[in-house]
Design a protein around this ligand. Structure first.
Ligand code: NAD
Length: 302
């Protein structure tokens, strides 16, 4: 699927990103394996995770190059794309997968936790995408694959920073898809469900949380990679501006927000009329106030 292509995968030292890098290489791509190698909350750095993924690709007869930059640093992000061009001569797909978590209930969320998560996820996706754009425009092709989350698409407790970043990434992807369509460049998002270091930090105190984590443990990170390979390939030439989700062997397509109910009052709305007429008509269609992804995906994937 990817013979002759060059892809850059951020956060490819562990979890979902590592599986994507391995499968891209198996499908013939040359892979820039980016990973800062920090802790789950984004502290520190370690060359080992990226090095291990590169070694495994080389051992299987593939082509790979390690890059240890942080995507949150614009110069570091640019070095990922430069590495692709210098080592392998071009760049065909950017997979914005790197991520950290700094979960905290809203009233305890600090400025630092907010900034760190927005920096890696949102600014990181912007930085790497921006660096690849001149190459994509020049060659009149390219595929951006960004990682979002049901925490952003649906909502989650204790993740205001992460949810905001992940939904903003959908906005980024949609605008890139619209702006770059005339240059033949595509942009899509994937919301994965996978057992990884990231999901390993989910608290398991209540029975509900225990059940959720048991479910997640059965969803292995490698299940996300086939969709990425497809979206990076020419087989998906017509696919852009979409949001997918992957849970084990199940792949879903998300709809974009659309008006669910509308009501017009010819003389204009007053607050009283909104309370008396509009809300009674709308409230049967309200999303539940405590909605999280378990309500939208109430069954186990196979
Ligand atoms: P993970 O923690 O296993 O791997 C993330 C990798 O990103 C790590 O190896 C880490 O070192 C790297 N990284 C972190 N900050 C970086 C930076 N600044 N620059 C470069 N590399 C950096 O996580 P994962 O579960 O594999 O998650 C991958 C992506 O999928 C993330 O974007 C995450 O938000 C998203 N996601 C995962 C799940 C899930 O169930 N695992 C659910 C929804 C979304």
């Amino acid at each position: 699927m990817l013979a002759g292509k060059v892809v850059a995968v951020t956060g490819a030292g562990r979890g979902v990103g590592r599986e994507i890098a391995l499968l891209c290489a198996r499908h013939g791509a040359s892979v820039v394996v980016n990973d800062l190698g920090g802790s789950g909350t984004g502290d520190g750095a370690d060359a080992e995770p990226a090095r291990r993924t590169v070694e495994d690709i080389l051992a299987a007869g593939g082509r790979a190059h390690a890059n240890l930059a942080s995507v949150a640093d614009p110069r570091g992000a640019a070095s990922i794309i430069e590495a692709a061009v210098q080592q392998f001569g071009r760049i065909d797909a950017v997979i914005n997968n790197a991520g950290i978590l700094r979960d905290a209930i809203w009233h305890r969320m600090s400025q630092e936790d907010w900034r760190a998560v927005i920096d890696v996820h949102l600014h990181g996706s912007f930085n790497v995408s921006k660096a690849a754009t001149p190459y994509f425009r020049e060659q009149r092709s390219g595929s951006f694959i960004h990682f979002t989350s049901t925490s952003g698409l649906i909502g989650n407790i204790g993740q205001a920073n992460y949810s905001a970043a992940k939904l903003a990434i959908v906005g980024l992807s949609q605008s890139i898809a619209l702006d770059m369509a005339r240059a033949g460049v595509r942009s899509n998002c994937i919301a994965p469900f996978a057992w990884s270091r990231m999901t390993g930090s989910i608290p398991v105190e209540t029975e509900d949380q225990k059940r959720r984590v048991e479910r997640l443990k059965s969803m292995s990170a490698d299940k996300v990679a086939p969709l990425v390979v497809y979206l990076a390939s020419d087989a998906s030439k017509e696919v852009t501006n979409q949001v997918f989700a992957v849970r084990k062997n199940e792949i879903s397509l998300f709809c974009k927000p659309r008006p669910l109910r509308s009501m017009t009052k010819l003389e204009g709305w007053t607050p009283e009329a909104i309370a008396a007429e509009l809300i009674p008509s709308f409230s049967p269609s309200f999303a539940r106030a405590d909605e999280v992804s378990a309500h939208v995906f109430p069954y186990d994937p196979i």
